[in-house]
Design a protein around this ligand. Structure first.
Ligand code: FEO
Length: 394
């Protein structure tokens, strides 16, 4: 995409990465992503807000060139992660008078990660302003979305919030704005689950703080821009609330069919009770979809066979991930099978320390499940149904 004008003298000049399929060597990117950067030309000074992933630095430089930019005074760094900061050294080299503007914490991280010299920085604090002449930037410290140094930048005259990762989505699209709301909602929810969910309580505080700002546009550093900010603000309000949905998430793996039989029986039992069920076969699933389902589910039931006395490694991975993402899930249980013994339940339970969940009775079958095991699965489905009902989870 070429550079694009958002308002008078405000431009989106980042890069779309249509082909990227993995982020941090961890997060699947089925829809690619973008690294958005923004240029603001005041009548006295020019500022660049964030840069792009180093693999796309040429795109950023070409956009600056096609706008005829031969001077940059400030590079605002909202976040030190390299997909936004990685091209700052190149910009500081191409524009030797430019200074990197950020908070003290971020400065330290940029020096550590990118070896930027200390004399290249201007340090700002919460509520500080930076005048570009007829345009004014205000800085809002917002630590832990999702690193400790994160901040947001607000352009007063145009009422645009530049929140970097916050409110973003991994979505490569030719749409400048979030016009296809259904598609952007799913991508933004997945992004929230993967990146922001562990910091839900910090995000709650930052959302409160943002109420004092008149925001007409939210221009994040990934995915489309929100020119109707109510859409993404409402979505975030829902995701960060304490409310959960009448849903049971079942990450599962089966080796010889015993656990698979229990899962399929249990899915039916829950469906008969009017509960939405989301089973994820861990040998096939996109882990991002599993993370997204964790945003709302009231209950998680991990299903695994016993391997070398413990859970199957795929179940360990899913449990570790669920625990690390700290969803607001309220109930958890374990189902599965074993051949001659083991500590599968103890191992999985011990990995759920971050979750504030009530543990419900596990159901573990010896070998292939039999009538007795199906009766216990019916009981567990009843217990989940009753817990959801008692807690007004609909
Ligand atoms: Fe898009 Fe935290 O970097």
């Amino acid at each position: 995409m070429a550079e694009t004008k958002l308002k008078t003298d405000v431009f989106s000049i980042g890069a779309i990465d249509w082909d990227r399929r993995l982020f941090d060597e961890l997060i699947p990117l089925p829809d690619g992503t973008s690294y958005n950067a923004y240029l603001i030309k005041g009548n006295e000074k020019t500022a660049l807000i964030d840069t792009v992933d180093p693999t796309k630095e040429q795109v950023l430089l070409e956009h600056l060139s096609s706008l005829g930019i031969n001077s940059i005074d400030y590079v605002i760094s909202n976040h030190a992660e390299q997909d936004h900061s990685g091209t700052i050294p190149k910009i500081l080299k191409a524009f030797p008078n430019a200074r990197a503007v950020t908070n003290a914490k971020c400065k330290g991280m940029l020096m550590d990660l990118l070896l930027i010299p200390e004399d290249k920085f201007v340090i700002v604090n919460d509520t500080d302003i930076l005048s570009l002449g007829n345009k004014t930037l205000q800085f809002i410290m917002a630590p832990w979305v999702h690193w400790p140094e994160t901040m947001l930048t607000y352009l007063r005259e145009d009422k645009i919030l530049f929140p970097c990762d916050f409110f973003g989505s991994h979505l490569a699209t030719s749409d400048l704005y979030a016009t296809d709301e259904a598609r952007v909602y799913e991508a933004a929810k997945r992004y929230y689950a993967e990146i922001m969910m562990p910091f839900r309580n910090n995000i709650k505080k930052h959302m409160e703080k943002l109420k004092q700002f008149d925001i007409e546009m939210i221009a994040p550093s990934h995915g489309p821009i929100h020119n109707k900010p109510g859409f993404i603000l409402d979505a975030y309000k829902d995701w960060i609330s304490d409310d959960v949905k009448n849903e049971v998430l079942i990450p599962y793996v089966s080796m010889h069919g015993s656990t698979d039989k229990m899962v399929s029986y249990f899915v039916d039992a829950l469906m008969k009770r009017g509960i939405t069920v989301k089973p994820f076969n861990l040998t096939k699933t996109d882990i991002g979809e599993l993370a997204k389902a964790l945003v709302d589910a009231a209950t998680i039931v991990i299903a695994s066979p016993t391997v070398l006395v413990g859970p199957h490694p795929a179940a360990v991975y899913a449990t570790y991930l669920a625990n690390a993402l700290r969803p607001k899930t309220k109930f958890a249980s374990i189902i599965g099978s074993y051949g001659w013994g083991g500590k599968m339940v103890d191992t999985i339970t011990g990995m759920l320390g971050n979750l504030k969940v009530e543990l419900l009775s596990p159901v573990i079958a010896k070998g292939y499940p039999k009538e007795h095991d199906f009766t216990l699965l019916e009981k567990l489905a009843d217990e989940i149904f009753n817990k959801h009902k008692e807690n007004n989870i609909v």
